[in-house]
Each structure stands twice: as C-alpha cells, then as structure tokens.
Ligand binder design. Structure first.
Ligand code: V47
Ligand code: SF4
Length: 392
C-alpha cells in the first residue's frame, strides 16, 4: 500500500480510538492536537499520565513515531568503557558505585588499561565507544585529555561519546575552568558527543532526596547547553519510577523540550526505569511494564522536537524493548559489550547485556519493524530490510 494511504488509514484508526465513547472530552482534545501535529501543554501532559489508557497512548505515540521515523528501528554497534566504579558521590539509587571507603570492591583503570580495552576491538566494526563511570579526583581533566588523544591516535574513526554532565561538572570545577573552556579543550582532544546520564529528575526537591551531592539541575542543563553551542551533541535521560510524581516527569521533559527549542543539540531522549536491587532505595517497588509503556508513549508525544526516543534494552529486557517499539520508541541503543555492570547490579532484566547484531536485527524483525544500523548521529550505516530474510 502506498505510504500516504497507510498514513491516512492509521490516522483513521486512531480517530476511531479517540471517538470511542469512553474517552473523556479533555483526552479527545489532546488527541486531536497530537493528530494535527500541535504541541501539547504541561497540563495536557499530566492529563495523559492521569487518564490516558494504553491503547490510546500507544496509538498516538505510534502516530508521532511514524511521522518522524517511519517503521525504522535504529541501533548501533558500540561498547562501553567504565574507567572506575568508585565514586565520590552518594546517589541513593546507585547500585554500582563503591564509596572510596569500600575500595576493595572497586576498580580504577589506568590509561594503558583503557587503551588495551579499546585495542581489543581492533578490526571489529564498532562505531562508538561510550565512556562513563564514577567520579574520582585522579580522573581529572588532564587524564581525560590525554586519554581522548590516545584513543583518536589509534582509532580515529571511533566516535567517542563520553562523560556525563556529573563527571564534567566535577572535573571542570577541580581544574578551575569554565564549562565552555573545559568542553572546548575536550572537543579539541577528541570528544565527539556526550551521553545523557546524570539528569535523573530535575525537580530540585526530589533531586535533593535522591542525589543531593552531585551536579545540580541548573549545572546539568548549563553544561549541555554549552556543549550544544560548541557543536557537541548530547543525549538526555530521565530516571523514573521512584519517588517522583507525574508533574515531576513532565517538568523534567518540559525543561529539556525548551532547551531543544533553543539549541537543537539533543540526539535522543532516554527514559530510564528505576531498578531497586542493591541500593539505598530498595524499599521502593519498581513500576509495572504498563507504566513503562505509558511513559515511553507520553515521552514520544510530549518531546515533539526530539527526533528519537531510546529504550535501553539491557535495563528493561528484550520483550519490553520489543513492545516499546509500538509505544513511540524508535531506537534500542546497541550491541553493547557485557562490561556494563551498572544495570546488572541494579537488577536489570538482562544480567548479561550483550547481544550480537544478528540477534538485535532478529528481535526488531520479529515485531515487523525495519532494523537500521546507525552511527551515533543517526546516519544510516546499513538498512537490514534490504537483506534476505532468515527463515530459521
Ligand atoms: O544517570 C543508576 C542511571 C544513568 C540506576 O546517553 C539507574 O546513550 C535505573 O545515562 N536504576 C547512567 N537507572 C547511564 C546513562 C545512559 C545509559 C545508556 C545510554 C546512554 C546514552 C546513557 O544510569 C544514571 C542513572 O540515571 N542509573 N542507577 C538504577 N538503580
Ligand atoms: Fe556516582 Fe553516578 Fe552512582 Fe551517582 S549514579 S553515585 S554519580 S556513579
């Protein structure tokens, strides 16, 4: 069926959902706005959380998703390097970091050890290294400048996505450089983009309870805005499903959406489900899969100026990741290496979060979507729909 006809049919199907007599008047108005490609307000976002049922939210989110990304599902070939699991900060939800006093259980890689990890991927078609870890005084600006230069000298083709705003704020403060100066130096040394971690929840009262000693909301936002001004794109995350409420989630998204209007520098939005194992918030029950899907859908609808919504499959498991593709998600990250311990320690679904490209492609094809291998900036590397289907 030609694309335009498919589109009209889908719109008609959602209109049926909207006109179902059980749908309240306020939801109908919101749905009509979404179908007319109008931006929804803060209060309308909260209403979607409070009243939207999964069928309607999924239909609307899928409409937005297919407007932006058709049937495509993106993934990339990347690996993670975690220079240390020791951290000076004390985030209550973190299952991963060991305080300096527990250093027997921790590691700190030297530059040579990190370079050995990078070299172990020689000849492999990975396009990105994601560098993120705990925060330590010795892993300072000088250390990372030297590391970036060495990485680029041995793998100039490798995109370095590195350092959360939390790591950068600490590093720049200790080095007594401004955000703009520090970022400029890191960019010159080889930093290509930044991951979205450390955002958690921007509401200051909630942040004060769950991660009071690390970079503030304003600092996180300023660092990303400076990065965008310097041509360093970044991602944004939201840690949800703990002590925050729906208003806090929309407030978080609102702050990101308004920065994106100014800079256009965010590549993707990544909702991260709070997992409750081995941390100081273990008494908080995890939210259900239904809540995860609602959250993806509302993120897709609300973040109208973000091109991509990513589901981080090691955290939610393969089945929820597949389902999320009908709720606004168009990216499932990458064929990450099993050295990512942060999630398995927090109780992630997949205790060994490695998946081959073939498995990822198969997982996407199973739900009738089109797998697209991308680079970090969403340029297509390979369209797997053009490949013969594996019938096994
Ligand atoms: O900021 C820590 C989260 C984040 C837990 O940009 C937890 O492509 C759930 O941001 N339950 C760091 N989440 C990881 C991150 C990330 C991951 C994948 C891709 C990208 C990207 C970024 O991990 C932290 C925090 O929000 N986190 N502990 C936990 N118990
Ligand atoms: Fe440190 Fe990051 Fe864990 Fe917070 S979430 S304690 S900043 S490693």
């Amino acid at each position: 069926m030609p694309c335009i006809l498919k589109h009209m049919q889908r719109k008609a199907n959602i209109s049926n959902l909207v006109n179902y007599k059980g749908v309240s008047k306020d939801l109908k108005l919101i749905a009509e706005k979404v179908l007319n490609k109008e931006r929804i307000t803060f209060d309308e976002g909260v209403t979607l959380y409070q009243k939207g049922d999964l069928g309607l939210l999924g239909g609307l989110a899928n409409f937005v998703r297919e407007q932006k990304n058709y049937n495509k599902v993106f993934f990339n070939r990347n690996f993670h390097v975690e220079p240390t699991n020791l951290c000076v900060f004390t985030c209550k939800f973190c299952s991963y970091s060991r305080l300096i006093k527990q250093k027997d259980e921790g590691w700190v890689y030297s530059e040579d050890e990190i370079i050995d990890i990078i070299k172990s991927y020689e000849g492999q078609p990975v396009t990105e290294v994601h560098i993120v870890g705990g925060v330590l005084p010795q892993l300072n600006l000088e250390f990372f400048i030297s590391l970036l230069k060495k990485i680029k000298s041995i793998r100039p083709d490798l995109h370095v996505k590195g350092y959360t705003a939390v790591e950068l704020e600490y590093m720049f403060r200790k080095a007594k450089v401004s955000y703009s100066e520090g970022l400029r130096i890191l960019k010159e040394s080889g930093l290509d983009s930044m991951p979205g971690g450390g955002a958690e929840i921007f509401d200051e009262d909630i942040r004060n309870v769950i991660c009071k000693d690390k970079c503030t909301t304003d600092q996180w936002l300023q660092i990303h805005e400076e990065a965008h001004k310097l041509g360093i794109p970044s991602n944004a995350t939201m840690l949800y499903g703990h002590i925050e409420n729906y208003e806090h989630r929309i407030d978080h998204m609102e702050r990101l959406r308004s920065m994106q209007d100014r800079t256009g520098g965010f590549n993707t939005f990544i909702p991260l489900k709070f997992r409750n194992q081995n941390n100081e918030m273990s008494h908080i029950a995890e939210v259900s899969m239904i809540e995860d899907l609602k959250n993806y859908a509302i993120s897709r609808i609300y973040m109208d100026n973000f091109n991509h919504i990513k589901a981080y499959w090691p955290m939610i498991g393969k089945t929820t990741a597949q389902l999320s593709l009908d709720f606004g998600v168009d990216d499932i990250d990458g064929t990450i290496d099993d050295s990512t311990k942060i999630y398995s320690m927090a109780g992630a679904e997949d205790q060994n979060p490695a998946m081959s490209t073939e498995e990822l492609v198969e997982m996407i094809k199973q739900v009738n979507r089109t797998p697209i291998e991308r680079d970090t900036l969403y340029n297509t590397i390979k369209d797997y729909s053009l490949e013969a289907v594996n019938v096994n």
